[in-house]
Design a protein around this ligand. Structure first.
Ligand SMILES: Cc1ncc(C[n+]2csc(CCOP(=O)(O)OP(=O)(O)O)c2C)c(N)n1
Length: 334
């Protein structure tokens, strides 16, 4: 089945005929996709604080360029595993914002019928084999998916945080992927913190060397710049697709919000957040688009359009139907 996409992901994905879309238009699509993620995360946070979101939430605000840049080089039959911080990945892969917001509010119209919630969003139709709450779980799931897609010329992508590179999954799966020459791209989103601790206080050595020592070529990229992420991911995905085996990307990024729920992130040193915000991926992208000749008023119009689309989706989610009790799996019925 062909994945369902919105206009923004269609443009962003680069899956349309290249001749019909100039490079400039493609990057406007990437900007729109990042704006969508930012706006969805903002409404989710506000609905969470009002008690409308069930379970917990881990927002990816600040990581948008990684999700969008990598998704933009994937094709229709690739496979992706993400983490509990996976709303952005789902949206970048084409899950409609309305269906994601509905899901987080536990509504029947959610992408998983309201049964998955924030941490377990899955949509095979959109290439997303799952979001995993177990740190490092996405690495194992994507490695399994790489085994499944290796005969079809497709690739698997594992997203995970830098804290997951201390997990056994990381070492076992990179070793396995290198040994079997699997078509997989490991995308580590290094956002500096693992929950409430600076990851450098938990880890020995550097992350790129770990991947290289297991036989996986590794590259670091500025995860705030969607152009650079797209180029880096393009190289890694092409390598895997051409039968040259796994690749590892360490995307340097920062989460602008706390780890989860209403974590105020007081463990950060003064000024750190502000310094990273100077390199907000949306700001960098907007500046780049303006330098390419796109009028600020056109970008303002896109921003206003996305904001009102997502606000309308949030309002609609609040009135969406609940799942019928008899739609519960039989083991949950009395
Ligand atoms: C196996 C396992 N151990 C511990 C946890 C608790 N936990 C949830 S998120 C997290 C931090 C992970 O940090 P990182 O991998 O850097 O990802 P980030 O949350 O920064 O995106 C931990 C320890 C867990 N979910 N799974």
């Amino acid at each position: 089945m062909s994945p369902t996409r919105n206009a923004h992901t269609e443009a962003a994905s680069g899956l349309q005929d290249g001749s019909a879309h100039s490079e400039r238009q493609r990057f406007v699509g990437l900007y729109r996709a990042m704006l969508t993620i930012r706006n969805v995360e903002e409404v989710i946070q506000s609905l969470f604080l009002k008690g409308e979101v069930y379970g917990t939430t881990h927002l990816c605000t600040g990581h948008e360029a990684v999700a969008v840049g990598v998704a933009s080089v994937l094709d229709e039959k690739d496979r992706v595993a993400a983490t509990y911080r996976g709303h952005g990945h789902a949206l970048a892969l084409g899950v409609p914002p309305q269906m994601l917001i509905d899901e987080l509010l536990g509504r029947a119209t959610g992408i998983n019928g309201g049964r998955a919630g924030s941490m377990n969003v899955t949509s095979l139709e959109h290439r997303l084999i799952g979001c995993f709450g177990i740190v490092g779980g996405s690495i194992a799931a994507a490695t399994g998916a790489a085994l499944a897609v290796r005969r079809t010329g497709n690739v698997a992508v594992a997203y995970f945080g830098e804290g997951a590179t201390n997990q056994a999954y990381f070492f076992e799966c990179l070793n396995f992927a290198a040994t079997l020459n699997l078509p997989i791209v490991f995308v580590c989103e290094n956002n500096v913190y693992s929950e409430y601790t600076r990851t450098s206080d938990l880890s020995g050595g550097d992350i790129l060397s770990r991947a290289v020592s297991l036989g996986v070529p590794a590259e670091q990229v500025d995860g705030m710049d969607v152009w650079l992420v797209r180029e880096c991911a393009g190289r890694a995905v092409a390598r895997a697709r051409n039968g040259n085996g796994p690749a590892f990307i360490e995307a340097m990024t920062y989460r602008f919000v706390g780890h989860s729920r209403s974590d105020p992130a007081k463990y950060r040193p003064d000024g750190e957040l502000e310094r990273w915000k100077l390199r907000d991926p949306l700001k960098l992208c907007r500046e780049r688009l303006m330098s390419e000749g796109i009028a600020p008023s056109d970008l303002d119009a896109i921003e206003a359009e996305v904001t009102s689309e997502i606000e309308a989706a949030a309002a609609a989610a609040l009135t969406a139907p609940w799942p019928a009790p008899d739609s519960l799996p039989s083991e949950f019925k009395e």
